[in-house]
Design a protein around this ligand. Structure first.
Ligand code: BYC
Ligand code: FE
Ligand code: FE
Length: 474
């Protein structure tokens, strides 16, 4: 048998070359992954060469190599951030123990479930974004879409590595199942709500990468504190890629707002095929709130167990001064079906989802501020806001209760009557489909609804040929 150069085929820093069992498992899974990528990855662009960055090692020079590659030839690697010194379990009931290099038997099922849930979101997002290439506003944006897609593919590899390496047969079964569920499928949907929502226009894509990928940032931060060392180090490396996904979203919305503000000086942005600010607000209201749901219930025994077991920490846990989470309370506002408020005191461990959500909300506030600065600089006096966290919730204590975006209990009749003013609606979607009805494939050409970016990727110009088509498209 010829030997395969694993470092070349699957760049890694987990010594894949010397682990035969793991090699066999990954080799069996890889063709199914490629089949899934061809069936459910970006539709219609698999032969084209995309200017992508590929991680080939974890050091500064290796993790961001740029070049034109066909997406099916992208080298999906497996990387763990090397941590300095001895790692300990830094919180919960096992605090002070050596961090685990193998799965502790008592936490096996819990840990597998966390990894599967994380892993499931990665291919889901690729499926949601599958058709967006056909309506790209520019080659620059097309390239960014595909960069996000291949990296979400790599995040799937990261979780599959953990399943194959540490969970034996049931890990392999879970890895197969990750390729079988489908976003939005009635019989076999993805696990978490937001990942079954259609994301088929670019306003949604930029909101998704701003708000839903940002849930990824906070979940990965919490998992990068894990006492299960391989999970902590895997998630830590994933965070380096996540930053670009959020950049794509945040700058995408900023460019839409800039165009809207310019057009408003001349009249209704719609008359120029641009996207009005109130429509952006409705898209924010939708994607932010479905992303809030991704943190789970405010009062969660799962969350308490994850924390107590040392499997999932808080944001920047190691920088906090107290790590048991015991003997403390979290105050939560609850409402009954008539809108009467009660104040509940939760043991802190049960409120860990809400504690993580607090960090997320604060981060999202900063994003809104930056967009408002963009609007202000462009001479537009409209301000965007984040809706209240009780609005439009489907998980937790506010699920299904009729709150308005300001967080006032308004009753079901008002909610139903106003819903289309608050959330992206059918008319908005029809309008977006009408302005996003064709792709912009010529280098340097940008759609009427978005400003060009101030600079290109990796020092390239904004009219660089970020995607080279196998057959001419213009
Ligand atoms: N939709 O005890 P509770 C990313 C379920 S994004 C549907 O409150 P828990 C990315 C829950 O599973 C980051 N179901 O929940 C971004 C539970 O089910 P069971 C992904 C939901 O367990 C963009 C039940 O409701 N990573 O990386 O405390 C592109 C009771 O709930 C939802 C992770 O999620 C929902 N929104 O917390 C690409 C990290 N929320 O047990 C990638 C791993 C809850 O009754 N996951 N449920 O069957 C976790 O830590 C936890 O599973 C959650 C839920 C925080 C998600
Ligand atoms: Fe991801
Ligand atoms: Fe991401």
């Amino acid at each position: 048998m010829g030997s395969i150069d694993y470092q070349e085929r699957i760049p890694n820093n987990v010594d894949l070359q010397s682990d035969k069992r793991l090699q066999r498992a990954l080799e069996a899974w890889q063709p199914d992954f490629i089949q899934w990528w061809m069936d459910m990855g970006p539709d219609g662009f698999q032969q084209d060469e995309v200017y992508l960055r590929t991680a080939v090692s974890v050091d500064k020079d290796g993790w961001a190599q740029f070049g034109h590659v066909k997406m099916p030839d992208y080298r999906w690697g497996i990387f763990l951030t090397p941590f300095e010194g001895e790692r300990k379990v830094n919180f919960g009931d096992h605090m002070g123990d050596e961090a685990w290099q193998a799965v502790p038997g008592e936490h096996r099922n819990t840990l597998r479930r966390i990894i599967v849930t994380q892993g499931d979101t990665e291919p889901a997002s690729v499926e949601q974004q599958r058709q967006l290439g056909h309506t790209c506003p520019s080659l620059y944006d097309l390239r960014n879409l595909f960069q996000v897609n291949v990296e979400e593919g790599r995040h799937l590899w990261a979780m599959v590595y953990l399943l194959h390496r540490y969970f034996g047969r049931d890990g392999r079964e879970e890895a197969e199942a990750l390729l079988e569920r489908r976003s939005g499928d009635v019989d076999s949907p993805r696990i978490l709500g937001a990942f079954n929502e259609p994301c088929d226009d670019w306003l949604s894509f930029f909101c998704f990468t701003t708000f839903t990928d940002r849930d990824g940032k906070y979940q990965l931060r919490a998992l990068s504190e894990s006492g299960f060392d391989p999970l902590a180090r895997t998630c830590n490396f994933m965070l380096t890629e996540e930053a670009h996904h959020m950049f794509v979203g945040q700058t995408g919305i900023a460019r839409i707002l800039q165009k809207a503000a310019e057009r408003m000086k001349e009249g209704d942005p719609r008359d120029f095929g641009a996207i009005p600010v109130d429509m952006v607000q409705r898209a924010i209201n939708f994607w932010y709130t479905v992303s809030l749901d991704l943190f789970g219930g405010e009062d969660s025994s799962n969350a308490a167990n994850f924390f107590g077991a040392g499997l999932k920490g808080r944001d920047r846990e190691t920088e906090l001064t107290e790590h048991t989470g015991l003997g403390q309370i979290y105050t939560l506002e609850k409402y009954d079906a008539e809108g009467n408020k009660q104040v509940a005191e939760l043991p802190l461990r049960r409120a860990m989802n809400e504690v993580l959500r607090d960090a997320y909300v604060a981060d999202c506030e900063k994003v809104i501020k930056s967009w408002n600065r963009t609007l202000e600089k462009a001479g537009c006096d409209i301000e965007l806001t984040l809706p209240d966290r009780k609005f439009h919730r489907a998980q937790g204590v506010y699920a299904g209760l009729p709150f308005d975006p300001q967080g006032r209990f308004v009753g079901h009749a008002t909610y139903e009557a106003k819903k289309d003013e608050w959330l992206i609606n059918a008319e908005d979607k029809a309008y977006l489909a009408s302005i996003m009805n064709k792709p912009h494939y010529a280098p340097g050409q940008y759609a009427d609804w978005i400003s060009p970016p101030p600079r290109g990727i990796n020092g390239q110009d904004i009219d660089y040929e970020y995607v080279r088509f196998a057959t001419p498209r213009i």
